[in-house]
Write a protein that binds this ligand. Sequence first.
Ligand code: AHR
Length: 475
Amino acid sequence: MSTTSRRRFLQHASTAGLACSTSLLFGRSLSAHPASEPVRIYVDSKRTISPIDRNLFGSFLEHLGRAIYEGISDPGSKLSDSNGFRKDVMEEIRHLGVPIIRYPGGNFVSGYNWLDGVGPKQDRPRVLDRAWNSLNSNQFGTNEFLAWCKAVGTEPLMGLNLGTGTSEQAADLVEYCNVSNGTRWSDLRRKHGFAEPHKVQRWCLGNEMDGPWQIGHMSATDYGAKAADAARQMRYVDPSLKLVACGSSGPGMPTYLEWDREVLEQCYEYVDGLSLHRYFENAEPPGGDSAKFLAMNLSMERQIAETIAVCDLVRGHKRSPKKLWLSFDEWNVWYRERRGDAVNGHGKMAPHLLEEIYNLEDALLVGGLINSLVRNSDRVKLACLAQLVNVIAPIMTNAEGLFRQTIYYPYSWALQFARGAALNLLVESSTYDVPGFERVPHVIATFQTLTNWKSIGKITHPRASRTPQCLLARI
Ligand code: AHR
């Protein structure tokens, strides 16, 4: 693009913000088209996909490894406040502006008794968490988490135990959190020192209940019926709740989509959203396959499209006026620290688990995945980068302070810049081939309707003579 035409392009796009990522930086032979072929992005600020919900850029904290203990709660540390909350971590999360955080799991939640984590700290039991074979002192529980959320300015997305837990216990926790006073569980909360209700609006009905690894794993029919029962009981306590049913744990599951269909046949009328999970790997061949890895966001988009199709199929069966939204409440790159001692706490407190160290490729894919979420923001209304601190995380801590991993940056840019409404773009780009994918474009892009965006420059493809004009640019 010449300087003049680029200027004209920028003028036309003056109400739009742009974030692109690319596969150009890496890969084997990524060029299937002549290197001189230009990339064109057609922007029409009137053609919006949807306003972008801030909750698209949520995150996740599980009682796993050093996410909670040593991550956000470290009472003995010189870096902690009088509540034992790490001040440096709180400051970092406040600065990021994370809108919503899922807690307390994950696999952990399916064996968790929330009553162990409330009340006087000296009376709380030390419990062996069977999901990660780790010790939980229960010194950090529901009230601590909700107080911490308030302190960092984020909203809680509470997970419920539908594994070993009952629907009744789920409704009890809602009563404990949300009813003002005058009932058994609300009065217990008040006795525990929290006079005001926490008013938690969003709840996940269990975690990955389709997975044989999940404590309390059950069939889709059983889970769907249990989710419906829990949702009904919870809504008797607080009708304003927003509830997410457990969808399939990913396209690799043998029951993928069939699980989602059957679950929704059971509980469609009682829930508002359906969850999706996905972790991306770059393990094969040794050293990874960059060309394929960087195309994986397309696979996320396919997963979203397929899951929407199932939601809408059941909506049709039910003749329901309600359209479900999707909660992509676990997504990230995770493959190095995924087996053996990396996932086994050996009965210890705050073991080093899932402490994945990220590289530039991982950050590029995370950028691509964020773009995909934005492009699907008409149906994906909530998503959580899994996780936030120490465990497959953008932020790592030690006794002296914290550091930011590579994936921190695309995540923080999304939080900073992805505002307004996502635009429906036409991107013309050269493509490359990856087995199992259709043609993979070299350039992917999202624009948002926004003013005051400035160009931050361009990135040059190191292996080709051309210079893509708008990679990672904001206009
Ligand atoms: O985020 C780590 C784990 O991955 C979660 O506990 C579980 O839900 C998923 O399998």
